[in-house]
Design a protein around this ligand. Structure first.
Ligand SMILES: Cc1cc2nc3c(=O)[nH]c(=O)nc-3n(C[C@H](O)[C@H](O)[C@H](O)COP(=O)(O)OP(=O)(O)OC[C@H]3O[C@@H](n4cnc5c(N)ncnc54)[C@H](O)[C@@H]3O)c2cc1C
Length: 435
């Protein structure tokens, strides 16, 4: 039988010689040691870039899931690297703990999310990678090394965002918090008002983000704030089971695909249909435990580009991106997304030593994205944007070196730990500028 591996959006496909699913660190070490290069590790395949592609070996850690143990006092837990964030939520909650922040969805594996600097929103909150306290890594020879702030520090700084290029994490220790409840509020506001008030809005809420359909004069703002209110349970849907809103959105995407002149009207319709909550200060929203509050359903497939720009330049950047999208002549329907991530000290993190705003551009998976993303990427470049490693971009070594002060330190750690380049596929060789 032929092995086929595909990413979530369906744009990356790979036919490796071997597709392996080890169930223990020992089995993983043997798979890496004996595997045909390039050896790539897959999380849940939710990256849009060909990070996992390999004609050699692809390893999935889906059989390495669960919490190994936790420390109540330090508020940390040792977690098997293949655990999905979705499975992790209830496991931590049963121990009275929760992740400090999460992204839009929770389908990613923990190691996959860590590997690319996956993030949510919150001015004072770092990415999921910034919450890593330590990890165990299976290296090219099949040895296992540990890294933390105290042990193998260079490997720790390089490894927290490393695209599976140093080795394969078998276990990750995460810094956590006591379980907490978040209340969701939000609504529609004129986009000019949102951009004028972004500093105030982000200070007032633990999590603030907004979505903006560039043809609309209004944005949809979303807040999550900690509350003592009683949490309501959330019924999670299986993948592929659309909500009513998702179905409407998919039909709008299809309509816009065939009738592009409708895109402006459809974007206004979708904006008006959103914003269920009142923006009044005392508005009551939905209260849920954090792991239920963060994730959205995302069954409509798309491709995405996202760049992190310095926080203070975010409003100008998104204005320019929106104006470009309206004028470029490319048909699109998805909204832009605007979020905050706090600076960190991880060498290849898009947030390295820089408080950032992230701006994401999406294109429905049945429509071409190249021209749209190319134009938007030129704007991001002018704002010294750093690309999300798991989302589409065209940045290569020369440009990246200029954006990451510790680029050469990272490459040295990479060379030292994997001198034969066992973990490098052609895409990563291009990114790192190595043969
Ligand atoms: C619908 C959707 C919503 C998204 N929402 C967000 C969001 O809100 N915020 C955000 O920042 N991103 C978001 N993303 C991007 C996504 O979080 C990242 O691309 C993430 O890396 C995907 O995790 P994954 O488990 O699918 O890993 P994969 O995509 O399979 O792999 C990602 C990288 O991690 C490496 N890796 C995986 N496992 C290991 C391991 N055990 N050891 C070492 N390296 C490993 C892989 O080799 C690869 O380089 C979204 C993507 C989609 C499709």
């Amino acid at each position: 039988m032929t092995n086929v591996w595909s990413n979530w959006s369906g744009w990356v496909k790979s036919w490796p010689v071997a597709l392996l699913e080890p169930a223990s660190e020992e089995e993983l070490a043997a798979a890496v040691r004996d595997g045909v290069a390039p050896v790539r590790v897959a999380g849940s395949g939710h990256s849009f870039t060909p990070l996992v592609e390999s004609q050699g070996t692809i390893i999935s850690l889906k059989n390495m899931s669960g919490v190994i143990d936790h420390n109540d006092e330090a508020k940390t837990a040792r977690i098997k690297a293949g655990t999905t964030i979705r499975d992790l939520g209830p496991m931590l909650f049963d121990r009275g703990l929760g992740l400090a922040n999460q992204g839009d969805i929770d389908r990613q594996s923990l190691a996959g999310a860590v590997g690319t600097g996956t993030h949510g929103t919150g001015a004072d909150l770092g990415s999921i990678s910034a919450g890593v306290d330590g990890f165990r890594l299976v290296t090219a020879s099949g040895e296992v090394v540990s890294a933390s702030r105290e042990e193998n520090t260079a490997l720790f700084n390089a490894g927290r965002v490393s695209l599976g290029s140093l080795g394969i994490m078998s276990e990750i220790t995460m810094k956590l918090r006591t379980a907490y409840v978040l209340e969701e509020t939000g609504g529609r506001l004129p986009v000019d008002e949102v951009l004028a008030r972004v500093d105030e809005l982000r200070e007032a809420h633990r999590h603030f983000e907004f979505f903006w359909f560039p043809y609309s004069k209004e944005a949809i703002v979303k807040f999550l704030s900690e509350t003592d209110a009683e949490a309501k349970p959330r019924r999670r849907r299986d993948d592929g089971v659309e909500t009513r809103d998702e179905k409407i959105f998919r039909l709008a995407c299809e309509a816009s695909r065939y009738l592009p002149f409708l895109r402006g009207r459809l974007q206004n319709f979708l904006t008006n249909a959103s914003g269920r909550y009142s923006l009044a200060a005392d508005a009551l929203g939905r209260a849920r435990w954090s792991h239920d509050a963060f994730p959205s359903d995302r069954n409509n497939r798309f491709n995405e580009m996202e760049y992190a720009v310095p926080t203070e330049r975010g409003p100008d950047c998104i204005r320019e991106v929106g104006a470009y999208m309206r004028s470029c002549g490319v048909n699109f329907l998805f909204p832009l997304e605007y979020r905050y991530v706090a600076a960190d000290d991880i060498w290849l993190s898009p947030f390295y030593e820089r408080d950032s705003v992230t701006i994401s551009v999406h294109q429905y998976h049945r429509q071409p994205y190249q021209q749209l993303f190319e134009g938007v990427e030129n704007i991001f470049r002018r704002y010294r944007g750093r690309p999300h490693w798991g989302k589409l971009h065209t940045a290569k070594a020369a440009e990246l070196k200029n954006l990451y002060p510790c680029w050469d330190d990272f490459l040295k750690v990479r060379r030292d730990i994997d001198p034969t380049g066992k973990f490098l596929n052609p895409y990563l060789k291009d990114i790192f500028g190595v043969d």
